[in-house]
Design a protein around this ligand. Structure first.
Ligand SMILES: [Zn+2]
Length: 319
């Protein structure tokens, strides 16, 4: 599995820092219990508590650059050829760090990662559901200069059940106004309505989208609009987006012709890699090798990468 080419489009920087990086940053040895959520976590809200420690390691330019490079090194070991790395710039704001410095530090990490490990990457900036309109719009406007230059898209992350998508019309309007491509975490907490709102607003992709199978007319709409779906199986079972024994919608989405993809979400918090996700779906859903290549091709199609990178990724597909 490790040798297959892979693409990871849904990977959070804070949830994917290696324990070595975090230990070095904090000056003490951290153990797995502090960083990784249990497989039988009770909810998305509980899962999200594992992010405090890694976020405390993203408070200087040097650390942000090194964190991105640390993640790209892990991607290389996992035979990932392209990764979209997302994080919430507002969580790194402090007296020393403004938005421009934060964006530049992250993009620098992508460039260094490519030089060192030959992995292509881009940054996705996440607005946060629990942040104010003013905070989210400041984050967005400060990123405009970097769109297409290392920053490929924006996202909305955080507690979906507590802050549903109907509260974020202001954000969707701003992303449309500035022509920012976006993916929105939706349908991770059972709400197909959140998916509908994001798709109707103009989201090109949906993070997770598990609840889509509840709504056949919305499925049709997503197929026609060629909406991408970023599935993250291990994380989805952990947060109870899918309960043990319930059908996971990967096969359903693929058979229906939706652009479903496979991703890690949080390598450290979920204790996973792309290789493990491949193994997980083969074990659990009886996935054939051709389907893995279909997932890879879907990832290329829905990625926010430029055409040069997409062409390179297609070459690996043809091998
Ligand atoms: Zn996510």
């Amino acid at each position: 599995m490790n040798s297959l080419p892979k693409i990871d489009l849904h990977c959070h920087l804070d949830g994917s820092l290696s324990s070595e990086f975090i230990s070095e940053c904090l000056g003490r040895n951290v153990n797995n219990d502090e960083l990784t959520a249990p497989y039988n976590c009770q909810s998305l809200a509980e899962y999200l508590t594992k992010f405090d420690l890694p976020v405390s390691c993203l408070q200087t330019s040097e650390n942000i650059t090194a964190a991105v490079t640390d993640l790209i090194k892990q991607a290389k070991e996992d035979n990932v050829s392209y990764i979209e790395i997302r994080f919430a710039p507002t969580l790194s704001l402090n007296e020393e760090l403004n938005y421009r410095k934060i964006y530049e530090a992250a993009i620098k990490g992508c460039k260094e990662g490519q030089k060192l490990y030959g992995v292509y990457s881009n940054i996705i900036a996440c607005a946060m559901r629990n942040h104010s309109e003013e905070q989210n719009l400041n984050m967005l406007k400060s990123g405009l200069d970097y769109i297409g230059n290392g920053l490929c898209a924006m996202d909305l992350a955080g507690n979906e059940a507590g802050y549903p998508n109907n509260l974020f019309t202001y954000l969707f309007n701003a992303m449309n106004k500035y022509n920012i491509p976006y993916t929105i975490h939706s349908g991770e907490c059972g709400s197909a309505d959140n998916i509908r709102i994001a798709v109707e607003a103009g989201a090109k992709r949906i993070g997770h989208g598990i609840a889509l199978s509840k709504d056949s007319s919305l499925m049709k709409k997503c197929k026609n609009k060629r909406i991408g779906f970023e599935l993250c199986p291990t994380s989805n079972y952990q947060t109870k987006a899918v309960k043990e024994g319930e059908a996971y919608p990967l096969n359903e989405f693929l058979e229906y012709g939706l652009l479903a993809t496979l991703n890690t979400d949080n390598r450290t918090v979920s204790g996973t890699t792309m290789t493990k996700e491949y193994e997980f779906i083969i074990d659990k859903f009886n996935i054939a090798k051709e389907t893995l290549m279909q997932l890879y091709a879907n990832s290329i199609e829905i990625s926010f990468a430029n055409d040069d990178i997409k062409n390179e990724l297609y070459k690996l597909y043809e091998k």
